[in-house]
Design a protein around this ligand. Structure first.
Ligand code: AGP
Length: 586
């Protein structure tokens, strides 16, 4: 995610303070950085693509400045580039932004009609121009900012400087986090506590639609009716390390807890009253899905949904196999490449291979401007934000969401009521306690996952999560396949995690569960109906949803079970041995 820092004070060290803050926010992931600072009565903006060191090399730290805002950009709209980096300016205003202004295109049309022009392809440049546009009418900074909070839709945390008031730093937010920190004869803004811990641990949490006007001595907070309000000053107790994880013990747990917001950000990017930002996929008569690891597992679920509901044949292949085997294409083929990083070597190689054959490509990618995204004919971005933990969680859920969107698009049916329920259902599922279940299985050397159809594909991801962070050998099996050999491995107390959400296959799956139970297995039964019976030892009930959206509710349970097992086994959860976040080698 993007990182914001800002400083206003009397000590003349605004540049260093803001840059130190950006370094402290590096953990959020970024592809460019920039700063705007007051030098005497001028505003200077310097920004660079790439690491913060690139930006630092362009700065003169001897310049005495008392006002600055800084930004690390994790691209969401517009490729990573110098021109797309923040801060962005329009006449008297300069801003840094974290979030997504969803209605930026309609705002852009209004601005173009009123003589504005743009250099970048970002929603942020539209936002700062719109602030300037309103200011020309209101001629009052607070009234202007209050007005735009009612016009901007989506999520935003903004740090704002206006040339008409260089003794103040302004800030406002909706959904994206922003804190105001209190120092001695200086005050700060930041996306997150780590950016200010070097100077103070006292901070104020800005709430949605609130506007802050900050001088070196005062912090004024206004509510959405522009009433001056009092806010509690909080004190951060903890280390820098704990602060960059938002208070969570591991990035993986933090990212699982972000899943409700990730679902909303992803679904809102493709569906409001109608579908949007989706290429015309209805013309294709057969689809190949190519990916690696967890992305491959998502592809299998995508296959299941598209074939079952849109009646289009789908072939799913692991990229490292697909690129060397004979594949059948024709002019009606679409190849979908799924990749969180957008840089996985095998997947990128497959993209280039099929493009040479003139086949249309769609990539489902999380990192904006990554190679796979840039080189595909179409791209549908997942809106998971930067994922730090090597084991993917929120990005996987976001990929599931995109395939649910594609299935709804191909069947022309928006499951609006169910979509609206999902964020709160996800929160409830994530807040459940899975530690007691982990305690039953964490000492085992082998753990089995079984399921049929879409439930088997979920088993595959649950098994991979467990393997990669707890180092316990685990295998996913089609439940009907056990009796053809594997059941010989089932012994007394062998843990078997059985998933059954597909009602049509439930009876068969339960008979397979009874087969392993009869041989002494310890069964954890994950289902979406409250079924009683003696064929399981533990039962987890997932709220029932339409099959197109159901996997989205199942996956956090599997991720958290793996997390709790790995934690009990004192594993390096965020950086498992031998693994890389992006496998850019073959
Ligand atoms: C996921 O937990 C794994 N770390 C790994 O399987 C990953 O999904 C795979 O390497 C693909 O990466 P990508 O999505 O960035 O292409």
């Amino acid at each position: 995610m993007c990182g914001i820092t800002g400083y206003i004070g009397k000590k003349g060290n605004a540049i260093k303070t803001v840059m130190d803050g950006l370094v402290a926010l590096e953990y959020r992931g970024y592809d460019s950085a920039g700063i705007c600072y007051k030098d005497k009565d001028k505003l200077i903006t310097i920004k660079e693509q790439g690491k913060i060191a690139n930006l630092k090399s362009k700065l003169d730290f001897n310049v005495k400045s008392n006002l600055a805002i800084g930004h690390t950009r994790w691209a969401t709209h517009g490729e990573p580039s110098k021109v797309n980096s923040h801060p962005h300016s329009s006449n008297k205003f300069t801003i840094v932004h974290n979030g997504i202004i969803e209605n930026y295109m309609e705002l852009k049309e209004e601005l173009l009609k009123n003589g504005y022009s743009f250099k970048s392809t970002t929603d942020t440049e539209i936002a700062v121009a719109y602030i300037d546009y309103i200011y020309k009418k209101e001629k009052d900074i607070l009234k202007t900012l209050n007005k735009v909070t009612n016009i901007f839709r989506g999520s935003y945390a903004l740090g704002i400087i206006c040339e008409d008031d260089l003794d103040s730093l302004y800030a406002l937010r909706k959904t994206s986090p922003l804190i105001i920190a209190r120092g001695k004869d200086e005050n700060y803004i930041a996306s997150d506590v780590p950016a200010i811990l070097k100077y103070t641990n006292k901070y104020i949490l800005l709430d949605d639609y609130e506007i802050a006007k900050i001088t070196y001595q005062n912090i004024e907070i206004y509510d959405k009716d522009l009433n001056l309000i009092n806010k509690d000053t909080l004190e951060f107790e903890g280390t820098y390390e704990s602060s960059i994880k938002g208070g969570f013990e591991h990035f993986m747990l933090k990212e699982i807890n972000e899943e409700p917001t990730v679902f909303e950000n992803t679904i809102n990017n493709y569906i409001d009253e109608n579908f949007k930002n989706i290429p015309d996929l209805s013309k294709y008569k057969n689809i190949h899905i190519v990916a690696c690891g967890s992305a491959y597992h998502v592809g299998l679920i995508g296959k299941h949904l598209i074939e079952k509901f849109a009646k289009i044949p789908v072939y799913v292949e692991i990229a490292s196999e697909y690129r060397y085997k004979y594949n059948f294409y024709d002019k009606d083929t679409l190849v979908i490449l799924v990749s969180q990083s957008g840089e996985t070597a095998d997947t990128l190689a497959c993209l280039r291979l099929v493009k040479e054959k003139g086949i249309d490509t769609l990539s489902i990618v999380n990192v904006v401007g990554s190679s796979i995204a840039r080189e595909s004919k179409y791209v549908m971005y997942t809106k998971a934000g930067c994922e730090i933990a090597v084991a993917t969680t929120k990005a996987y859920l976001s990929q599931l969401t995109v395939f649910a969107v594609i299935t709804m698009y191909l069947t022309n049916k928006i499951l609006k009521t169910e979509i609206e329920k999902i964020p709160s259902l996800l929160k409830n599922i994530i807040n459940e306690d899975y530690k007691y279940l982990a305690e039953q299985i964490h000492n085992n050397k082998n753990i089995f996952f079984i399921g049929r159809g879409i439930d088997y594909y979920l088993c595959m991801e649950g098994s991979l999560k467990l393997k990669e962070i707890s180092y316990i050998n685990s295998v996913a099996y089609q439940a009907g396949e056990l009796k053809h050999g594997t059941i010989s491995l089932i012994d007394k107390e062998t843990p078997v995690i059985a998933i059954s959400t597909d009602k049509d296959l439930r009876e068969k799956t339960i008979s397979n569960i009874k087969e392993v139970k009869a041989r002494g297995a310890k069964v954890i039964f994950i289902t979406n109906e409250d079924i009683d019976g003696d064929f399981y030892d533990y039962k987890i009930i997932i709220p029932k949803l339409n099959e197109i959206l159901q996997p989205i509710l199942v996956i956090p349970t599997l991720q958290l079970l793996a997390y709790e097992v790995a934690k009990l086994n004192n594993c390096d959860i965020d950086k498992p041995r031998n693994l890389a976040k992006s496998v850019t080698v073959e």
